[in-house]
Design a protein around this ligand. Structure first.
Ligand code: ADP
Length: 361
C-alpha cells in the first residue's frame, strides 16, 4: 500500500480498493474457516490466515489490518470450539501457535508499513528541500523576472496619466496603456505563482499534464539566468507529446535541476559556445523522453555511475543531492534517468516516463 493511500482511506472497509481483492480476501477467510472447522484439531489450518492478512494490507489502513487480524484470530478460536474431531490437547497447542503466528505477522507487517511511510515522508521532505535549494540558486533571476513587468507597469501607468492629462485626453492611448499594465501584472503574478507552487510543501499529487507546458514554465524561471550567462537556449518540444500522469511540481523540479546543472557546467566555456538544448519527444508508444543537453564541461566516463549517488559533487559549494533526488522522483514515476557524454563536448541527461500507466510517487 502506498503511504498516501494509507492516509486517504480513513475508514476500514470503506477504503477497500475498487478491485476484487477485498471480496477474494473475504471468500478465502470464509473458506479457511469452513475447512478449519471441518478438519481435525491436529491440522493447523488457521496459519493460512496469515496469507489473507498479508493480502488485506493492500486495501486496508493500519487500524483495519489490526481489526482484520483480530477477526482472523477470533475465527481461529471459534473453529477450535466448533471442531469436535481430533485430539483436544494437540488442537489447543495448534490453536495457540496459530494465534501467536497471526499476531506476530500482523505486528511485523505493520512495522514494515510504518517504515515505508516514514521513508516516503523523508523522500518528500528531501525533494522539497531540493526544490527550495534550486529556487535559492535562482533568486536573483526570479526577482528580475518579477521586476521587469513591475517596471513596465510603472512606465505604462505614467504614460496613461499623461494621455489622460493631455488636452483633449487621448482615451485610446490611455486604454492601450491600461491594457499593457494588465498584461504585465498578469505576467508578474504568473511568475510569482510558479515560484510559490515550487516552494510550497504539498503532498505528492497525481495529475495528467502537458509536459511541454511544464518545461516552458521552468524555462521562464531560468530565462534570466540563461540570458545573463549568455547561453543560447534551444528547445525541441514534440507537438504530439502525450499527456503524462504524475506530480507536476516534482517532475518540474527534475528539469529545473538539470537546467541549473547545465548552466553551471557552461560557466567556464567560451562565450558563443554555450548551448543548452531542452527536448521532449515520444520514445515509443509507452514512453516519453525528456532531455537536457549542454555544451559544458562534460562528464568524466569514470564517474558516470556515481553522478546519481547522494552527496556526489565536484562543485566547491555543491550538495550533490540534485541528481539523487531527481532519480528518486523519476523512478517513483516508473521512469529511468541516465547521463551520457554529449558530442563533441558537454553532457546529456535524459529521463523517460511511462505514458498512461504511470503510478506516480
Ligand atoms: P551538485 O549540483 O550540488 O553538485 P548534483 O547531484 O546536481 O549536485 O550533481 C552532481 C554532480 O554531477 C555535479 O557536481 C557535477 O560533477 C555532475 N554534473 C551534473 N550535471 C552536469 C552537467 N550538466 N555537466 C557536467 N557535470 C554535471
Amino acid at each position: 500500500m502506498r503511504p498516501n493511500q494509507m492516509k486517504n482511506w480513513p475508514r476500514l472497509l470503506a477504503g477497500a480498493s475498487s478491485g476484487a481483492l477485498p471480496y477474494v480476501t473475504g471468500a478465502v477467510v470464509l473458506a479457511i474457516f469452513v475447512v478449519d472447522t471441518l478438519t481435525d484439531l491436529e491440522i493447523a489450518f488457521p496459519v493460512f490466515y496469515i496469507a489473507v492478512m498479508l493480502m488485506s494490507v493492500s486495501f486496508l489502513e493500519k487500524r483495519g489490518v489490526i481489526i482484520f487480524s483480530l477477526a482472523c484470530m477470533g475465527l481461529t478460536v471459534l473453529s477450535f470450539i466448533l471442531t469436535s474431531s481430533g485430539a483436544g490437547a494437540t488442537g489447543l497447542i495448534n490453536c495457540a501457535i496459530c494465534l501467536a503466528t497471526i499476531a506476530t505477522s500482523t505486528y511485523l507487517v505493520l512495522k514494515i508499513e510504518s517504515a515505508e511511510v516514514a521513508a516516503h515522508d523523508a523522500r518528500a521532505q528531501l525533494a522539497h528541500i531540493g526544490r527550495l535549494t534550486a529556487l535559492g540558486e535562482l533568486t536573483a533571476s526570479i526577482a528580475h523576472e518579477v521586476n521587469q513587468p513591475l517596471a513596465a507597469i510603472v512606465t505604462s501607468g505614467n504614460a496613461c496619466s499623461r494621455w489622460l492629462g493631455s488636452s483633449p485626453p487621448n482615451l485610446e492611448k490611455a486604454r492601450q496603456a491600461v491594457e499593457r499594465m494588465v498584461t504585465d501584472a498578469n505576467r508578474a503574478s504568473a511568475i510569482i505563482k510558479r515560484v510559490c507552487d515550487l516552494a510550497k510543501k504539498a503532498p505528492p499529487q497525481k495529475d495528467w499534464f502537458d509536459f511541454n507546458e511544464a518545461i516552458l514554465e521552468v524555462l521562464t524561471l531560468t530565462r534570466n539566468e540563461i540570458e545573463l550567462n549568455r547561453i543560447s537556449l534551444e528547445t525541441e518540444l514534440a507537438d504530439d507529446l502525450p499527456l503524462v500522469r504524475g506530480d507536476r511540481i516534482q517532475l518540474q523540479q527534475v528539469v529545473l535541476n538539470l537546467i541549473i546543472n547545465s548552466i553551471e557546467a557552461l560557466a567556464g566555456r567560451r562565450e558563443g559556445s554555450r548551448r543548452i538544448l531542452v527536448e521532449s519527444k515520444r520514445k515509443d508508444s509507452n514512453e516519453v523522453l525528456i532531455g537536457v543537453c549542454d555544451s559544458g564541461s562534460g562528464l568524466d566516463p569514470r564517474t558516470l555511475d556515481r553522478l546519481f549517488d547522494a552527496f556526489y559533487t565536484t562543485k566547491r559549494n555543491g550538495m550533490g543531492m540534485g541528481l539523487a533526488i531527481g532519480r528518486g522522483i523519476v523512478q517513483a514515476h516508473g521512469g529511468r534517468i541516465s547521463a551520457t557524454a554529449a558530442t563533441p563536448c558537454g553532457a546529456k541527461f535524459e529521463f523517460t516516463l511511462p505514458v498512461g500507466s504511470a503510478e506516480g510517487p
